[in-house]
Write a protein that binds this ligand. Sequence first.
Ligand code: ZN
Length: 102
Amino acid sequence: MARRVRTHTRHFEAERKAFFAQCRTRHDVCWLCGMPIDYEAPQNTTDDSYNLDHLYPVSKRPDLQEDPAGFRPSHTSCNNLRGNRDPAKPLGTLSRQWIQAA
Ligand SMILES: [Zn+2]
């Protein structure tokens, strides 16, 4: 299935930059596997490098793509493995409600 074309508005770029800076400052771990992220590596270049993931896959909820509340820090490799699926092992306070909300 072809991926929906993503929008890249200036607003979104500003939000994602701010989110990255926040994650790096806090040393946030990957929300998919719980392991540390290599914030020194350029984004999306190595398995351990940072990648902006979304709580709701953009392909399912493109309307929420620019909502920082749905931003999650992830490894590039973990995000690639996840694809458009819901996380196999949700971390934190996720309930199953959001899966069915969409
Ligand atoms: Zn990971």
